[in-house]
Design a protein around this ligand. Structure first.
Ligand code: TTP
Ligand code: MG
Length: 397
């Protein structure tokens, strides 16, 4: 596929760590928040927009931030919480396309070239991604849309926070030309002054400049930067690992409200998911449950576990808790689709969080093994955990 045919969406959460903090502590809403190391050598990880007004920004020494904005609330980062929300967001991205390239916890490229018709067009996808993120996490994201990665990334940054910018093909130079050359990836503190010396301050000036004049400063990169200045970039979106998640879901023929039946379905899915994990010698750190109601409103809830696991009951218990959390507020809502999945996959043998032993009792693990062996011999799901018999088979997944 050529550069001009691609449809790329770049999503970047707004003041990510700080927004999560005010989400979890609503009493902080509207106040300047600064998240970062609180020790003597601490630096700012991020500041919310209320604190940025005072000049506080990422990577600034905390002592300087305290001078600029003494009234702010200072918060130590809670990485596992940010990771949890990040997994939720990436789950949403993959609802739109499998081609998701994560750049950090709060940022990703989506190649949606093949999803346009399904979701009603490019701008519509951008809006839906934002809407889903807000609905499911309570956080805002900024979205950039263009036909390549470079432009999409600049576009998501152009109207932060809560922005949506679509750079159409015929708007590229109007969009890029006024920007300072520093916005080109790879032009940093050292190169920018050399360009300034040539009288090149903006991307437009660089674009109009003859390449032979750029060579003494940019060397063999001159052509590359000239192309970027023209808004050309043919790098593909590269999903990092094929299977970062495993999931099953089912759409019921008729909507279901019976709690026991829904739980039975969740258990059946937990069995399938955990069996696939065990077959691939993987464990998961996070469980996700997805529910779509009769009015087509979809939510996904996720939670990270204390330790990784691939044990059926452990994953099911987590899924059940997530489901019950939803059901508490939706007692009579009929369910159209239910699904469960896992993310945060790690090899069974690795260290880190992969020490599910204190969660998964040895009896449960041996039971899993026995069931796996029987099912392997006799094909798919001949023997299952008892409760899932409450609902045997409706729809395939
Ligand atoms: P960014 O997306 O760069 O920043 P942000 O989400 O806080 O704000 P915005 O996108 O609205 O401009 O980074 C995402 C998170 O990564 C950020 O919340 C905190 C962390 N981070 C650091 O820990 N150190 C850094 O220097 C930067 C830039 C980010
Ligand atoms: Mg961000």
């Amino acid at each position: 596929m050529t550069d001009a045919e691609r449809a790329i969406v770049h999503v970047d959460m707004d003041a990510f760590y700080a927004s999560v903090e005010s989400l979890d502590r609503p009493e902080l809403k509207g106040r300047p928040l600064i998240v970062g190391g609180l020790g003597p050598r601490g630096v700012v990880a991020t500041a919310n927009y209320e604190a940025r007004v005072f000049g506080v920004h990422s990577a600034m020494p905390m002592s300087q931030a305290r001078r600029l904005c003494p009234r702010a609330e200072y918060i130590r980062p809670r990485m596992s919480r940010y990771r949890e929300i990040s997994e939720n967001i990436f789950f949403i991205f993959r609802e739109f396309t499998p081609l998701v390239e994560g750049l950090s916890l709060d940022e990703a490229f989506l190649d949606v070239s093949s999803s346009l018709r399904l979701f009603g067009g490019l701008e519509e996808i951008g809006k839906q991604v934002k809407r889903e993120i807000l609905l499911q996490t309570g956080l805002t994201a900024s979205v950039g849309i263009a036909h390549n990665k470079f432009l999409a990334k600049l576009a998501s940054d152009a109207q932060k926070p809560d922005g949506l910018v679509y750079v159409h093909q015929n708007e590229v130079s109007a969009f890029l030309d006024p920007m300072p050359v520093r916005r080109l990836w790879g032009i940093g503190k050292r190169t920018a002054p050399k360009l300034t010396a040539l009288g090149i301050l903006t991307i437009g000036q660089l674009r109009r400049c003859d390449i032979s004049l750029l060579r003494p400063v940019l060397g063999n990169q001159a052509e590359h930067f000239h192309q970027l200045a023209c808004g050309e970039d043919d790098r593909e979106v590269q999903p990092r690992r094929a299977d970062k998640s495993i999931s099953h879901e089912v759409t019921f023929d008729t909507d279901l409200s019976d709690r026991r039946e829904l739980l039975a379905e969740l258990l059946r899915q937990s069995e399938k998911v955990s069996r696939r994990l065990r077959a691939r010698k993987l464990m998961a750190s996070t469980v996700v449950v997805k529910i779509r109601d009769a009015r087509f409103h979809t939510v996904s809830r996720s939670r990270s576990m204390m330790a990784c696991s691939n044990n059926t009951r452990t994953l099911y218990r987590m899924a059940r808790a997530l489901f019950e959390g939803w059901r508490d507020k939706h007692r009579t809502t009929p369910v159209r689709l239910i699904g469960m999945g896992v993310t945060g996959l790690e090899p069974e043998t690795s260290g880190g969080k992969a020490s599910g032993d204190h969660l998964d009792s040895s009896t449960e693990k041996s039971l899993d093994k026995v069931l796996d062996r029987i099912n392997q011999r006799y094909g798919d799901t001949k023997i299952v955990h008892g409760l899932s018999l409450h609902r045997r088979k409706e729809g395939a997944d």
